[in-house]
Design a binder for this molecule. Structure first.
Ligand code: FPP
Length: 255
């Protein structure tokens, strides 16, 4: 028996078919979308065409995440370190972001997606800030998937930002030193009100975090693939979820 999503209800790998347990779909998936440049190089294309192909993958993965009932999808689109790239590439990424938002937001809205961002967007070109704010305003009352775009995002920068804000609240008398706990810190991160990621996926073979969601991934499950982001398909997402569903999460405790 297959359920309405086309998957069997119990876990199995029969006939190479991925069968997901629809009762334990992860709430939050975060993705380090790596390998756009290498994908383009392999094809003798400019790196920017790798990023353009990467946008197509975002489109497919958002659709699949919505179909699977995932609540939060965070994608690492531009890190605080990515400013070190040549200006042409940085500009192309900003342009792709604007094009993506202008072209997709109506469709995302009709799918019930909330389009949010994390990171210090005040350093992005004005047009990017405007389109991000417009997208959020249009979609903020939806109750489907939250697509969380990490832009000028860095985990250390986020923690620093939280420490400064907490210190400021102490200075203003709104908070005391003894009241600071993990919840207070979480509340001052860009991801406020978003649960910690259940899985962090990284494409293109590297096995590192690259300053992504440092606080939030304390107990996230990691999943790596050699597949480069432009080649990442919905079946790869399903594989990651399948592996996640077969892991034993103990959060430092015992079963
Ligand atoms: C990593 O590949 C990818 C990035 C730094 C940017 C990701 C951006 C996109 C997929 C498109 C723009 C985003 C939106 C939301 C419209 P890399 O360039 O580091 O690849 P490489 O390691 O093979 O060089």
């Amino acid at each position: 028996m297959k359920n309405f999503l086309g998957f069997k209800n119990k876990k199995s790998k029969e006939n190479h078919e991925i069968t997901l347990d629809m009762q334990s779909i992860p709430k939050h998936i975060a993705i380090i979308m790596d390998g756009n440049g290498r994908w383009a190089k392999e094809k003798n294309l400019p790196r920017t065409l790798g990023h353009k192909a990467g946008v197509e993958t975002i489109r497919e993965i958002v659709k699949e995440s919505t179909r699977l009932g995932i609540k939060y999808l965070t994608v690492y689109a531009f890190s605080t370190e990515n400013w070190k790239r040549p200006a042409d590439e940085v500009n192309a990424l900003m342009k792709l972001l604007v094009e993506y938002l202008k072209k997709e937001v109506t469709e995302l809205n009709s799918q019930g997606v909330v389009v949010k961002h994390i990171g210090d967007i005040s350093k992005l070109p004005k047009i990017c800030q405007e389109e991000l704010n417009k997208a959020y305003e249009m979609t903020k009352n939806n109750n489907g998937l939250t697509l969380n775009l990490a832009l000028n995002y860095g985990g250390r920068n986020e923690i620093l930002h939280a420490i400064k804000n907490i210190s400021n609240e102490i200075k203003k008398g709104n908070l005391t030193y003894t009241e600071i706990d993990e919840k207070v810190i979480s509340k001052h991160l860009y991801t406020v009100n978003i649960p910690d990621p259940d899985i962090i996926i990284r494409t293109a073979g590297e096995q590192r975090l690259s300053n992504f969601l440092l606080w939030q991934c304390a107990y996230s499950e990691f999943w790596y693939t050699d597949t480069k982001w432009p080649d990442f398909k919905k079946t790869d997402l399903q594989k990651a979820i399948y592996d996640y569903q077969n892991r034993d999460r103990r959060y430092g405790g015992l079963k």
